[in-house]
Write a protein that binds this ligand. Structure first.
Ligand SMILES: CC(C)(COP(=O)(O)OP(=O)(O)OC[C@H]1O[C@@H](n2cnc3c(N)ncnc32)[C@H](O)[C@@H]1OP(=O)(O)O)[C@@H](O)C(=O)NCCC(=O)NCCS
Length: 401
């Protein structure tokens, strides 16, 4: 496809590899360690990228890979994951992103994938393409010196210290159990395991290499670093399948006596603050969206997940970017949904980006109604939809891409 301004949008080939890497490094202001640039350590194959070319030069790129995503109800769905979206600083605001996205979404639709997911760099750009933030996370700092567990907090034990090399199989097995039950989590491809276990020095931010603690149903990988003149344990990844594993690993981490602070990322409903005598010690330092999502096929996406209560609603969904919207009758019985196009009048009107935010249960319809981004025939309908879309577990992004 050639745009009126002469820029061509086409599939990338291996000949574009160096130019795409240079463009991405320039746009994101970093260099991927050279040892991790071989095809074996890549999640996103160059042949699956879309590039924009001007006079023979690559001036834009988007990468994509098929991912296995868990949605509410412990169901897994094949989705498209987009990454590495970049346009040369010399070619901004000429419609190159829009053209690359149009082509990428055409491919995703042709592949029959119901959802596209994406970790975005800026909050203002992607709503117009039908994306909404769908996983939220809190960066927290815990002053370990004052952390005490409540007398009722579980103390199951079972944690062992290990080197990363000793526990790679165990970590992989626990992660795989974990990601199957947590909405928003993806299966982790070999290339991303290789990256995690290689633990490149360039990605440590001056802190140590990874330390590990394991439990039969959980693990934590963390580093020691310094910040504001104190010793900090920086949690890189904690995954727990049971409340006992969660409590046991937190008891071990908060037992690191020469550490002043433990930094980690928690979801809104993580039980850690409620295990402690002083919940204020779990101090939120930042709150952000970790994953954005777009519904490619509304009936396929809405029937892929389960729901927490029966529902009979008609949703009128607008999708200015791709025209995948329309009116849909959503009926839920015993958690299982049917969703079909309908001509009935709508109970709820909303943008496809808002539906995307609601999809994994982290952003309630009530909030969008109050912001006038969702119109409902009455408040009972909003309450019903929020109860139905609620999830047993908070959505979490499995691994960043
Ligand atoms: C973000 C980026 C990809 C945009 O590329 P671009 O080719 O300039 O975007 P386009 O010209 O196609 O713009 C598409 C739309 O997004 C809007 N837009 C683009 N960049 C925007 C920004 N920074 N803030 C707000 N809106 C923006 C445009 O106004 C346009 O709107 P419209 O089509 O509704 O009129 C490019 O600036 C870039 O590479 N930035 C650095 C890397 C980055 O942030 N990548 C995103 C990774 S998540």
């Amino acid at each position: 496809m050639t745009l009126p301004n002469g820029i061509t949008i086409r599939s990338a080939t291996s000949d574009d590899d160096a130019a795409v890497t240079r463009l991405a490094d320039t746009a994101f202001g970093m260099r991927l360690p050279s040892g991790l640039q071989s095809p074996a350590t890549r999640v996103f194959a160059i042949e699956d990228a879309v590039v924009a070319v001007d006079g023979g030069r690559v001036v834009g790129a988007t990468k994509a890979a098929r991912m296995t995503l868990t949605v509410p109800g412990e169901r897994t769905v094949e989705v498209c994951g987009i990454a590495g979206v970049c346009v040369a600083p010399t070619h901004r605001r000429r419609g190159i992103l829009r053209a690359m996205y149009t082509e990428q979404h055409r491919r995703t639709e042709a592949d029959g994938l119901p959802l596209t997911i994406f970790t975005v760099s800026q909050g203002t750009i992607y709503g117009r393409f039908g994306y909404g933030p769908t996983v939220r996370e809190n960066a927290v700092s815990i002053d370990r010196r004052f952390a005490e567990f409540r007398p009722t907090a579980p103390d199951p034990g079972g944690v062992e210290l290990a080197t990363l090399a000793e526990v790679t199989d165990q970590v992989r097995a626990v992660y795989d159990r974990w990601r199957r039950i947590v909405p928003g989590a993806q299966a982790r491809p070999e290339a991303r395991w290789a990256m995690l276990f290689a633990d490149p020095a360039e990605f440590r931010g001056g802190s140590t290499d990874l330390f590990a603690m394991v439990h039969p149903d959980g693990y934590v990988l963390y580093r020691y670093g310094r910040a504001q003149d104190v010793n900090v344990a920086e949690v890189v990844e904690m995954r727990t399948v049971t409340p006992d594993a969660h409590a046991a690993l937190w008891r071990a981490l908060l037992g690191l006596e020469l550490v002043t602070r433990v930094d980690t990322v928690l979801t809104d409903n993580d039980p850690l603050p409620y295990l402690l005598t002083d919940l204020r010690l779990v101090n939120t330092t930042a709150r952000y969206d970790a994953l954005w999502l777009r519904l490619m096929d509304i009936p396929a996406a809405l029937t892929a997940r389960t729901y927490q209560r029966d529902l009979d609603v008609v949703l009128a969904v607008t999708d200015p970017f791709r025209g995948a919207g329309g009116s849909f009758a959503l009926t839920v019985r015993d958690g299982i949904a049917e969703c079909t196009p309908t001509t009935w009048s709508a109970d709820i009107e909303l943008g496809i980006d808002v539906l995307a935010s609601m999809y994994l249960g982290a952003y309630p319809a009530r909030t969008f109604a109050e912001a006038n981004r969702l119109q409902a025939k009455d408040s009972a309908t909003v309450r019903a939809i929020d109860e139905a879309f609620a999830t047993e577990r908070d959505a979490i992004l499995g691994w960043f891409f």
